[in-house]
Design a protein around this ligand. Structure first.
Ligand SMILES: *Cc1c(COP(=O)(O)O)cnc(C)c1O
Length: 411
């Protein structure tokens, strides 16, 4: 039946065939054979309000009956204007100019283009490189692979195809900062911006760092005259305990990228948001100074309706309190994993729970055992993680934690 589908990151010859989902509700996924799974990852942490939230569904339905889509070239619509204004109000500082796209990767691509063209428009040539960090993940397109961790971004496989950037160790302490500062002193002149996922490097391994690291990066960017781009595609919309991770560091980036939970897991939508300082470099009498980007489905009206409805829910219901409660319960539920064989670390931040193993030898067997427990959890590399919907019931969370304990106990 999947004869004509090409699946993501899957060796289709040897992988177990995919499961067929027929229905979702809250934190449950129903399969075509009648099994119901408790979802531990909210579809790559997008479905922050749980699946099928009635308010989002009603907003999308209403929009669909009126105007599903218009091109943003020469036309705008109320949903996009309202969403942009609301994002600007929610984000810290003067991040206020919103460029919509339709995926996290493209939001990062646009941020890179903004940063590079920012310098070109100001007459500074040769600032074409980004400074990014080991362990980082920023997307799957050619432009973003080049700023991922070299292994994750498959830099050697795609040598000659990818643009060259600097991927350096994340400076976590005094010595790291001194090395980073020395690196920038030598190379900043050829660089446009520093790019980092704040607080949590997600798909690169769910690696945490302190808010102090972000403050140090902000200072380094200012000292060496670089823009600071935060990729909040994973961390945005409450996942780390504040609406945006950068709030915990008290810093304002020059550009921020948002996607994943932006529409509450309903539609593909992303946003790259810039400060006036960045936007002003594009504001000129010269048409060549305009930002050279414009996706066909930019600011799709259905997606904007879903995102506006999602923001309504953040206003009406105390999602951040739910995130705190989830974190506390996961900390308790996963603590016992520390003593299980091959577990090297258990860590929780916001509504992200991570169990790191030395290595996972039998990935296929592990996935089968998780399914047999009735949970939808997708281990990758050497980690198991939970990024549930913020609306998950405490009992459902307990089912997930117990499943991890049992599965790892028999590993
Ligand atoms: C998922 C992710 C991306 C890529 O988003 P896509 O929508 O898959 O293109 C970029 N950056 C981060 C931090 C992500 O978690």
């Amino acid at each position: 039946m999947t004869r004509h589908l090409w699946l993501p990151y899957t060796q289709m010859k040897t992988a177990d065939p995919p499961l067929r989902a027929v229905r979702t509700e809250g934190s449950r996924i129903t399969l075509d054979d009648g099994r119901v799974l408790v979802d531990g990852i909210a579809s790559w942490w997008t479905a922050c309000h749980g699946y099928n939230h009635s308010h989002i569904a009603a907003s999308v339905r209403e929009q669909l009956s009126r105007m599903p889509h218009v091109m943003l070239g020469g036309l705008v619509h109320e949903g996009a204007e309202r969403l942009a204004a609301r994002l600007a109000a929610l984000l810290p500082g003067d991040l206020e100019r919103v460029f919509f796209t339709d995926s996290g990767s493209v939001a990062v691509e646009v941020a890179i283009k903004m940063a590079v063209q920012f310098w070109l428009n100001r007459g500074e040539r040769g600032r074409t490189r980004l400074v990014a960090f080991a362990g980082g993940y920023h997307g799957d397109t050619l432009g973003t692979m080049a700023v991922c961790d070299p292994e994750e971004g498959m830099h050697s496989l795609f040598r000659g195809v990818l643009p060259e950037h600097h991927v350096v160790p994340l400076p976590r302490d005094e010595a790291g900062l001194a090395a980073f500062d020395a690196f920038l002193a030598a190379h900043a002149g050829s660089c446009a911006a520093i790019l980092v996922e704040p607080l949590v490097q997600g798909a690169g391994g769910m690696l945490f760092h302190d808010a102090a690291v972000l403050r140090a990066l902000r200072r380094a960017a200012d000292r060496h005259g670089l823009l600071l781009i935060l990729d909040e595609v994973f961390t945005g919309f409450g996942r780390t305990g504040t609406m945006f991770a950068c709030e915990q560091a008290g810093i304002v980036p020059d550009i921020v990228c948002l996607s994943k939970a932006l529409t509450g897991g309903t539609m593909a939508l992303a946003a790259t948001v810039a400060r006036p300082r960045v936007f002003e470099a594009f504001w000129s009498d010269d048409p060549a100074h305009a930002l050279a980007h414009g996706p066909t489905f930019m600011a799709n009206a259905l997606a904007c309706a879903a995102a506006n409805a999602s923001l309504d829910l953040f206003e009406r219901e105390d999602r951040l309190a739910q995130v705190d409660a989830i974190g506390a319960r996961m900390r308790e539920g996963l603590a016992a994993c520390r003593n299980l064989p091959r577990v090297v670390d258990v860590r929780v931040r916001g509504a992200i729970g991570v169990v790191e193993l030395e290595r996972i030898e039998d990935m296929r067997g592990l996935k089968r055992r998780l399914l047999a427990e009735g949970v939808w959890v997708r281990p990758f590399r050497n980690i198991l993680y939970l990024t549930p919907a913020f609306t998950i019931a405490p009992e459902e969370l307990d089912v997930l934690a117990a499943a991890l304990r049992r599965v790892l106990g028999n590993a």
